[in-house]
Design a protein around this ligand. Structure first.
Ligand code: NAI
Ligand code: 15L
Length: 279
Protein backbone atom coordinates (compact mmCIF):
# COMPACT_ATOMS: atom_id res chain seq x y z
CA UNK A 1 0.00 0.00 0.00
CA UNK A 2 1.36 3.44 -0.86
CA UNK A 3 1.20 6.30 1.61
CA UNK A 4 -0.75 9.30 0.27
CA UNK A 5 1.37 12.45 -0.10
CA UNK A 6 0.93 15.01 2.66
CA UNK A 7 0.46 18.71 2.03
CA UNK A 8 3.67 19.80 3.67
CA UNK A 9 5.33 22.88 2.22
CA UNK A 10 8.50 22.42 0.21
CA UNK A 11 7.24 19.05 -1.01
CA UNK A 12 8.46 18.28 -4.48
CA UNK A 13 5.99 18.31 -7.34
CA UNK A 14 5.99 16.46 -10.62
CA UNK A 15 5.13 19.78 -12.23
CA UNK A 16 8.48 21.55 -12.31
CA UNK A 17 8.95 24.80 -14.17
CA UNK A 18 11.93 25.56 -16.34
CA UNK A 19 12.06 29.19 -15.30
CA UNK A 20 9.89 30.99 -12.74
CA UNK A 21 9.94 34.75 -12.25
CA UNK A 22 9.47 36.19 -8.76
CA UNK A 23 9.03 39.98 -8.69
CA UNK A 24 9.32 41.93 -5.45
CA UNK A 25 11.93 39.37 -4.41
CA UNK A 26 13.72 41.75 -2.02
CA UNK A 27 10.52 42.43 -0.04
CA UNK A 28 9.16 40.72 3.06
CA UNK A 29 7.27 37.93 1.26
CA UNK A 30 9.79 37.78 -1.59
CA UNK A 31 12.53 36.88 0.91
CA UNK A 32 10.29 34.17 2.35
CA UNK A 33 9.51 32.65 -1.06
CA UNK A 34 12.98 32.99 -2.60
CA UNK A 35 14.50 29.87 -1.01
CA UNK A 36 11.21 27.93 -1.12
CA UNK A 37 10.31 28.38 -4.81
CA UNK A 38 13.63 26.97 -5.92
CA UNK A 39 12.21 23.48 -5.27
CA UNK A 40 9.69 23.96 -8.07
CA UNK A 41 11.86 25.19 -10.94
CA UNK A 42 15.19 24.74 -12.66
CA UNK A 43 15.86 28.48 -12.74
CA UNK A 44 14.38 31.10 -10.42
CA UNK A 45 14.60 34.61 -11.87
CA UNK A 46 14.37 37.22 -9.12
CA UNK A 47 13.62 40.85 -9.66
CA UNK A 48 13.17 43.98 -7.58
CA UNK A 49 13.91 47.69 -7.56
CA UNK A 50 16.04 47.05 -4.49
CA UNK A 51 19.30 45.14 -4.25
CA UNK A 52 18.90 41.35 -4.34
CA UNK A 53 22.29 40.36 -2.99
CA UNK A 54 24.24 37.54 -4.58
CA UNK A 55 22.76 34.91 -6.88
CA UNK A 56 22.66 31.39 -5.44
CA UNK A 57 22.86 28.33 -7.70
CA UNK A 58 19.95 28.30 -10.11
CA UNK A 59 19.08 31.96 -9.51
CA UNK A 60 19.09 34.88 -11.96
CA UNK A 61 18.95 38.41 -10.52
CA UNK A 62 17.54 41.46 -12.26
CA UNK A 63 17.21 44.91 -10.71
CA UNK A 64 14.29 46.44 -12.60
CA UNK A 65 11.73 49.20 -11.97
CA UNK A 66 8.30 47.88 -12.89
CA UNK A 67 7.39 51.17 -14.59
CA UNK A 68 10.26 50.66 -17.07
CA UNK A 69 8.39 48.91 -19.89
CA UNK A 70 11.48 47.89 -21.88
CA UNK A 71 13.18 46.42 -18.82
CA UNK A 72 10.05 44.51 -17.82
CA UNK A 73 9.81 43.17 -21.37
CA UNK A 74 13.31 41.71 -20.97
CA UNK A 75 12.41 40.30 -17.56
CA UNK A 76 9.65 38.08 -18.97
CA UNK A 77 11.77 36.51 -21.70
CA UNK A 78 12.02 32.73 -21.35
CA UNK A 79 9.70 32.62 -18.34
CA UNK A 80 7.05 29.89 -17.81
CA UNK A 81 5.10 31.49 -14.97
CA UNK A 82 5.25 34.60 -12.78
CA UNK A 83 4.73 35.20 -9.08
CA UNK A 84 4.16 38.95 -9.09
CA UNK A 85 4.76 40.42 -5.65
CA UNK A 86 6.53 43.63 -6.68
CA UNK A 87 5.01 47.04 -6.06
CA UNK A 88 3.93 49.48 -3.38
CA UNK A 89 2.49 47.32 -0.60
CA UNK A 90 0.81 49.89 1.65
CA UNK A 91 -1.29 53.03 1.35
CA UNK A 92 0.85 55.82 -0.14
CA UNK A 93 0.76 58.88 -2.40
CA UNK A 94 -0.84 58.31 -5.77
CA UNK A 95 2.24 58.69 -7.96
CA UNK A 96 4.34 55.80 -6.58
CA UNK A 97 1.21 53.63 -6.60
CA UNK A 98 0.50 54.68 -10.17
CA UNK A 99 4.05 53.87 -11.33
CA UNK A 100 4.57 50.56 -9.53
CA UNK A 101 1.10 49.03 -9.25
CA UNK A 102 -0.76 50.40 -12.27
CA UNK A 103 1.85 51.12 -14.96
CA UNK A 104 4.06 48.32 -13.60
CA UNK A 105 1.32 45.67 -13.64
CA UNK A 106 0.29 46.72 -17.14
CA UNK A 107 3.94 46.38 -18.27
CA UNK A 108 4.09 42.92 -16.74
CA UNK A 109 0.96 41.65 -18.54
CA UNK A 110 2.00 43.19 -21.87
CA UNK A 111 5.40 41.53 -21.60
CA UNK A 112 3.71 38.24 -20.60
CA UNK A 113 1.48 38.47 -23.67
CA UNK A 114 4.39 39.19 -26.02
CA UNK A 115 6.50 36.36 -24.60
CA UNK A 116 3.66 33.83 -24.46
CA UNK A 117 3.74 33.42 -20.66
CA UNK A 118 0.65 31.43 -19.70
CA UNK A 119 0.22 31.88 -15.93
CA UNK A 120 0.58 34.73 -13.43
CA UNK A 121 0.05 34.75 -9.68
CA UNK A 122 -0.87 38.31 -8.83
CA UNK A 123 -0.35 39.43 -5.23
CA UNK A 124 -3.57 41.32 -4.74
CA UNK A 125 -4.72 42.32 -1.29
CA UNK A 126 -7.58 42.12 1.18
CA UNK A 127 -7.65 45.92 0.83
CA UNK A 128 -9.58 45.46 -2.45
CA UNK A 129 -12.52 44.72 -0.13
CA UNK A 130 -11.34 46.62 2.95
CA UNK A 131 -14.48 48.73 3.30
CA UNK A 132 -16.67 45.74 4.12
CA UNK A 133 -17.43 45.44 7.82
CA UNK A 134 -15.82 42.93 10.14
CA UNK A 135 -19.24 41.37 10.84
CA UNK A 136 -19.58 40.29 7.18
CA UNK A 137 -18.21 37.16 5.50
CA UNK A 138 -17.31 37.71 1.84
CA UNK A 139 -17.07 35.26 -1.01
CA UNK A 140 -14.34 35.59 -3.60
CA UNK A 141 -16.89 37.18 -5.95
CA UNK A 142 -17.75 40.06 -3.60
CA UNK A 143 -17.73 43.41 -5.41
CA UNK A 144 -14.61 45.47 -4.69
CA UNK A 145 -14.86 48.09 -1.94
CA UNK A 146 -11.26 49.32 -1.76
CA UNK A 147 -10.21 51.13 1.39
CA UNK A 148 -7.64 53.44 -0.24
CA UNK A 149 -5.64 54.16 -3.38
CA UNK A 150 -3.52 51.07 -2.70
CA UNK A 151 -6.67 48.90 -2.68
CA UNK A 152 -7.89 50.65 -5.84
CA UNK A 153 -4.59 49.82 -7.56
CA UNK A 154 -4.95 46.14 -6.60
CA UNK A 155 -8.54 46.16 -7.95
CA UNK A 156 -7.06 47.56 -11.18
CA UNK A 157 -4.57 44.69 -11.26
CA UNK A 158 -7.37 42.16 -10.79
CA UNK A 159 -9.40 43.73 -13.61
CA UNK A 160 -6.35 43.82 -15.86
CA UNK A 161 -5.80 40.14 -15.15
CA UNK A 162 -9.44 39.41 -15.98
CA UNK A 163 -9.03 41.23 -19.32
CA UNK A 164 -5.78 39.43 -20.22
CA UNK A 165 -7.46 36.10 -19.55
CA UNK A 166 -10.63 36.87 -21.52
CA UNK A 167 -8.75 38.36 -24.46
CA UNK A 168 -5.45 36.47 -24.51
CA UNK A 169 -5.96 33.39 -22.35
CA UNK A 170 -3.25 34.28 -19.81
CA UNK A 171 -4.34 32.59 -16.60
CA UNK A 172 -4.16 34.52 -13.32
CA UNK A 173 -4.75 33.59 -9.73
CA UNK A 174 -5.39 36.81 -7.81
CA UNK A 175 -4.22 36.19 -4.25
CA UNK A 176 -6.08 38.59 -1.98
CA UNK A 177 -3.53 38.20 0.77
CA UNK A 178 -4.70 39.02 4.27
CA UNK A 179 -1.75 39.59 6.64
CA UNK A 180 1.25 37.37 5.97
CA UNK A 181 3.79 37.88 8.71
CA UNK A 182 5.70 35.64 11.08
CA UNK A 183 2.92 36.10 13.67
CA UNK A 184 -0.45 37.90 13.90
CA UNK A 185 0.31 41.31 15.39
CA UNK A 186 -3.15 42.36 16.65
CA UNK A 187 -6.77 41.30 17.08
CA UNK A 188 -7.60 42.00 13.42
CA UNK A 189 -4.85 39.68 12.26
CA UNK A 190 -6.38 36.80 14.22
CA UNK A 191 -8.83 36.78 11.27
CA UNK A 192 -6.56 37.94 8.43
CA UNK A 193 -3.29 36.13 9.23
CA UNK A 194 -1.60 33.72 6.83
CA UNK A 195 1.50 31.84 7.97
CA UNK A 196 4.53 31.69 5.70
CA UNK A 197 4.05 27.93 5.28
CA UNK A 198 0.45 28.53 4.16
CA UNK A 199 1.69 31.27 1.82
CA UNK A 200 3.93 28.68 0.20
CA UNK A 201 1.02 26.21 0.03
CA UNK A 202 -1.17 28.84 -1.63
CA UNK A 203 1.47 29.81 -4.18
CA UNK A 204 2.35 26.22 -5.03
CA UNK A 205 -1.35 25.29 -5.35
CA UNK A 206 -1.93 28.13 -7.80
CA UNK A 207 1.23 27.38 -9.77
CA UNK A 208 0.42 23.69 -10.14
CA UNK A 209 -3.42 23.61 -10.39
CA UNK A 210 -4.32 22.12 -13.78
CA UNK A 211 -6.75 24.94 -14.62
CA UNK A 212 -6.70 28.37 -13.02
CA UNK A 213 -8.42 30.52 -15.63
CA UNK A 214 -9.14 33.76 -13.83
CA UNK A 215 -9.50 33.04 -10.14
CA UNK A 216 -9.65 35.04 -6.95
CA UNK A 217 -8.66 33.49 -3.64
CA UNK A 218 -8.19 35.03 -0.20
CA UNK A 219 -4.80 34.34 1.35
CA UNK A 220 -5.46 33.34 4.94
CA UNK A 221 -4.66 30.49 7.27
CA UNK A 222 -7.28 28.18 8.78
CA UNK A 223 -8.13 30.78 11.43
CA UNK A 224 -11.02 30.37 13.87
CA UNK A 225 -12.39 33.82 13.01
CA UNK A 226 -12.73 34.38 9.26
CA UNK A 227 -14.20 37.17 7.14
CA UNK A 228 -13.68 35.42 3.80
CA UNK A 229 -15.03 32.25 2.23
CA UNK A 230 -12.83 30.55 -0.37
CA UNK A 231 -15.46 27.97 -1.40
CA UNK A 232 -15.48 29.22 -5.00
CA UNK A 233 -11.69 28.88 -5.18
CA UNK A 234 -11.62 25.23 -4.14
CA UNK A 235 -10.55 24.19 -7.64
CA UNK A 236 -7.14 25.69 -6.78
CA UNK A 237 -6.63 23.03 -4.12
CA UNK A 238 -5.36 25.40 -1.43
CA UNK A 239 -5.82 23.80 1.99
CA UNK A 240 -4.34 25.95 4.77
CA UNK A 241 -2.77 23.96 7.61
CA UNK A 242 -1.97 26.68 10.15
CA UNK A 243 -4.10 28.86 12.41
CA UNK A 244 -3.76 32.12 14.34
CA UNK A 245 -5.41 30.46 17.36
CA UNK A 246 -2.19 29.60 19.24
CA UNK A 247 -1.40 33.35 19.25
CA UNK A 248 -4.84 34.48 20.48
CA UNK A 249 -4.17 34.72 24.19
CA UNK A 250 -1.01 36.80 23.77
CA UNK A 251 -2.64 39.08 21.18
CA UNK A 252 -5.73 39.67 23.31
CA UNK A 253 -3.65 40.31 26.45
CA UNK A 254 -1.91 43.27 24.82
CA UNK A 255 -4.95 44.55 22.90
CA UNK A 256 -6.30 47.96 23.99
CA UNK A 257 -10.08 48.07 24.66
CA UNK A 258 -11.98 48.29 21.38
CA UNK A 259 -13.43 51.67 20.41
CA UNK A 260 -16.42 50.94 18.18
CA UNK A 261 -16.37 54.51 16.88
CA UNK A 262 -12.99 53.80 15.32
CA UNK A 263 -13.38 52.83 11.63
CA UNK A 264 -10.28 50.62 12.01
CA UNK A 265 -12.29 48.47 14.46
CA UNK A 266 -15.39 48.32 12.25
CA UNK A 267 -13.97 47.64 8.81
CA UNK A 268 -12.00 44.69 7.48
CA UNK A 269 -9.21 46.92 6.18
CA UNK A 270 -8.35 48.00 9.73
CA UNK A 271 -6.14 51.09 9.96
CA UNK A 272 -5.88 51.28 6.15
CA UNK A 273 -9.43 52.74 6.06
CA UNK A 274 -8.20 55.90 7.78
CA UNK A 275 -4.64 56.14 6.45
CA UNK A 276 -3.68 59.16 4.33
CA UNK A 277 -4.18 61.27 2.35
CA UNK A 278 -0.56 61.52 1.24
CA UNK A 279 0.67 64.55 -0.73
P1 NAI B 1 7.13 44.62 0.46
O1 NAI B 1 6.84 46.07 0.41
O2 NAI B 1 7.99 44.12 1.55
O3 NAI B 1 7.78 44.16 -0.93
C1 NAI B 1 7.44 44.76 -2.16
C2 NAI B 1 8.68 44.81 -3.01
O4 NAI B 1 8.33 45.47 -4.22
C3 NAI B 1 9.82 45.60 -2.37
O5 NAI B 1 10.99 44.82 -2.28
C4 NAI B 1 10.02 46.79 -3.28
O6 NAI B 1 11.37 47.18 -3.44
C5 NAI B 1 9.42 46.30 -4.59
N1 NAI B 1 8.94 47.43 -5.39
C6 NAI B 1 8.23 48.50 -4.95
N2 NAI B 1 8.06 49.38 -5.96
C7 NAI B 1 8.67 48.84 -7.04
C8 NAI B 1 8.84 49.29 -8.37
N3 NAI B 1 8.34 50.46 -8.80
N4 NAI B 1 9.54 48.49 -9.23
C9 NAI B 1 10.04 47.30 -8.80
N5 NAI B 1 9.92 46.83 -7.56
C10 NAI B 1 9.25 47.60 -6.67
O7 NAI B 1 5.72 43.87 0.45
P2 NAI B 1 5.41 42.38 0.90
O8 NAI B 1 4.84 42.42 2.25
O9 NAI B 1 6.54 41.50 0.60
O10 NAI B 1 4.19 42.04 -0.09
C11 NAI B 1 4.42 41.46 -1.36
C12 NAI B 1 3.19 41.68 -2.22
O11 NAI B 1 2.07 41.10 -1.57
C13 NAI B 1 2.86 43.14 -2.44
O12 NAI B 1 2.37 43.30 -3.77
C14 NAI B 1 1.74 43.42 -1.46
O13 NAI B 1 0.88 44.44 -1.94
C15 NAI B 1 1.05 42.07 -1.39
N6 NAI B 1 0.42 41.86 -0.10
C16 NAI B 1 1.17 41.59 1.02
C17 NAI B 1 0.55 41.36 2.23
C18 NAI B 1 1.31 40.98 3.45
O14 NAI B 1 0.68 40.65 4.46
N7 NAI B 1 2.66 40.97 3.44
C19 NAI B 1 -0.91 41.47 2.36
C20 NAI B 1 -1.59 41.78 1.12
C21 NAI B 1 -0.94 41.96 -0.04
C1 15L C 1 -1.50 44.55 2.86
O1 15L C 1 -2.00 44.63 1.74
C2 15L C 1 -0.12 45.00 3.13
O2 15L C 1 0.73 44.76 2.02
C3 15L C 1 0.49 44.40 4.36
O3 15L C 1 1.63 45.16 4.72
C4 15L C 1 -0.49 44.33 5.53
O4 15L C 1 -0.69 45.57 6.05
C5 15L C 1 -1.78 43.66 5.09
O5 15L C 1 -2.29 44.18 3.89
C6 15L C 1 -2.89 43.71 6.14
O6 15L C 1 -4.02 44.02 5.78
O7 15L C 1 -2.63 43.38 7.29
Amino acid sequence: MTTPPTSTPSSTTSLRFKRLLLTGAAGGLGRVLRPRLKAYCDVLRLSDLADLGTAAAGEELSQVALQDGAAVHGLLEGVDAVVHLGGVSVEAAFDPILQANIVGTYNLYEAARKHGVRRVLFASSNHVTGFYRQDEVLGTDAAPRPDGLYGVSKAFGENLARFYFDRYGIETACLRIGSSFAEPKDRRMLATWMSFDDLERLVVSCLTAPLVGYSVVYGMSNNRTQWWDNTKARHLGYVPQDSSEPFRAAVEARQAPLDYNDPAVLYQGGAFVRTGPFE
